[in-house]
Design a protein around this ligand. Structure first.
Ligand SMILES: [Fe+2]
Length: 507
């Protein structure tokens, strides 16, 4: 904590966060523990701007030892703290580009979100933060290019902390990438599985400070920090950032929609506080628009979708899955996506969403079974999405997803029952970073029952996509053992999609 005299604040009746200390005092603070222990991150890369992030950990340890009857939870330091940020062209900061002061406030858990503007396109930049006697690690980030003939990004999802180490992120941090896309399940609300190698230490979160604690734990991991510090990220949430299998205001473990909405509000705020996303999102957290479109020259357009916040309630049986009023994206996002696709002039068009878009019959033999929490529970909505893709004539549509804790590659079709139908898009789903995978038997059933599913694997890891003028290539990267720290990672399957010919090709 900074050496600001807490008692004098209290004595003056100025303990509320609304009363800010004058500039300079907090800057002069000397911290006893490193306030930058969660590392740094960047994101939302545009041609002229990028968001840089950190969060100061300033736990007021005096509260834990005091006889304060209101100390129900570990208290955060109640004062704002001024943080200096610096952006430079080089790692040594000998070529500074911009700097400024950001006032980190306790209302947002002393998180720092600075949208640095006026940058040059397609350039690497380095950034760091300083407050008092503390300096953050150096992060590296990259603006979106104005024009590009090649672009490389990693995508990842599902990183249950207790079920494995983040070797996949350690490997990713050493790669040559322009961007990382996270597709959800960045945190998990509860324990799952067996053979846990580390523990959450706290229960299922429902209040804001509880969600903050969960992010603090996950983001304390040095390999996750390394992957954040190395590249800009784009992130969208899935269900476990709030609670398992929720749909808008409904969830299996929350019978009362109002209770879930209160929990969701806390979860959305904590997500904002810990992600390198635009400071403009710091508004009302009852609803948080995270779907967005990014462009990387004429090569790549990338739409990030939110398939949780606006979806229709879950089904108990598959009979109603085709109902046209059922929505996955909600009407506003659906309409927005249609416009984004129509307006796209890029060679490759990626739809980044949470899970497998393609149909997946999970039952062997003539019987059928579907995952109703996925698009198979929202068939009419999937049809509308594919209609929008087709009618927009957006060039080379590619779909990426996560959620299933297994790698998949698929030919996306308008009619999955028609084996001769031409694919309308190519789909790649990354396996989980750590979360428990399904059985190998269930994956082989999926491949047998669904000819459009071309590949499946229960490995853990992540994927890299390289886009060029003539093809898109995808590497599936697996780690040897998620239960081991610094486990070796290797490419175990490669694919290519040719320009102008939808469909995945195994290399
Ligand atoms: Fe997951």
């Amino acid at each position: 904590m900074p050496c600001i005299d807490r008692r004098s604040l209290l004595a003056g009746g100025l303990a509320t966060a609304a009363v800010w200390r004058p500039l300079g005092l907090a800057r002069a603070a000397s911290f006893k523990a490193d306030p930058f222990s969660l590392g740094v991150a960047s994101g939302s890369p545009r041609t002229d701007s990028v968001v840089i992030w950190t969060r100061l950990i300033l736990e007021d340890t005096s509260a834990a030892t005091s006889a304060d009857p209101f100390a129900l939870a570990p208290k955060l330091v109640a004062e704002p703290v001024d943080v200096e940020w610096m952006v430079a062209e080089d790692e040594a900061f000998s070529k500074p580009v911009q700097s400024g002061l950001f006032r980190a406030v306790p209302e947002f858990a002393h998180s720092v979100h600075v949208e640095v503007k006026g940058l040059k396109p397609g350039r690497w930049y380095f950034y760091r933060f300083r407050s008092g006697n503390a300096t953050s690690p150096v992060g590296r980030t990259r603006t979106a290019p104005e024009s590009a003939d090649a672009f490389r990004f990693a995508f990842a999802s599902c990183q249950q902390y207790e079920q494995g180490f983040y070797s996949a992120y350690g490997d990713m941090a050493g790669k040559d990438l322009d961007l990382v896309v996270h597709l959800g399940d960045y945190i998990y609300e509860r324990s799952y599985g067996a053979e846990l190698i580390r523990r959450h230490q706290t229960g299922v979160p429902s209040l804001l400070y509880e969600f903050r604690d969960r992010y603090t734990l996950y983001k304390s991991d040095p390999q996750l920090q390394a992957a954040h510090a190395a590249f800009p990220w784009l992130a969208v949430w899935d269900d476990h950032e709030v609670t398992n299998n929720y749909a808008a205001d409904r969830a299996p473990d929350a019978p009362n929609p109002l209770e879930l909405l209160a929990r969701r509000r806390a979860a959305y705020q904590a997500w904002f506080e810990h992600m390198p996303v635009s400071p403009a999102l710091a508004g009302g957290f009852d609803a948080l628009r995270i779907y967005d479109h990014y462009r990387f020259g004429n090569l790549l357009g990338l739409t990030l979708l939110d398939t949780r916040q606006y979806r229709s309630p879950p089904l108990l049986g598959s009979a109603a899955a085709d109902q046209s009023e059922r929505t996955m994206l909600g009407p506003a996002q659906e309409e927005w996506l249609g416009r984004a696709l129509v307006g796209s002039q890029t060679k490759w068009n990626i739809i980044a969403q949470q899970t497998l878009l393609s149909e997946r019959d999970t039952k062997a033999g003539p019987e059928t079974g579907y995952n109703l929490d996925g698009w198979d529970g929202y068939r009419a909505a999937r049809g509308r999405l594919l209609s929008a893709v087709q009618s927009s004539a957006a060039s080379n549509p590619l779909v990426i997803g996560g959620d299933l804790h297994a790698f998949y590659a698929a030919d996306v079709k308008r009619d999955f029952a028609d084996e001769n139908a031409r694919p309308v898009a190519s789909e790649f789903v990354c396996g989980s970073i750590t979360s428990d995978a399904p059985s190998a038997a269930s994956l082989s059933t999926a491949l047998t029952e669904n000819p459009h599913l071309k590949f499946a694997s229960d490995k853990h890891g992540y994927a890299i996509m390289r886009l060029g003028e003539r093809s898109a290539e995808v590497d599936f990267i697996g780690i040897a053992d998620r239960k081991q720290q610094n486990s070796a990672a290797a490419v175990f399957q490669r694919f290519a999609v040719a320009d102008g010919a939808a469909g995945v090709n195994r290399l």
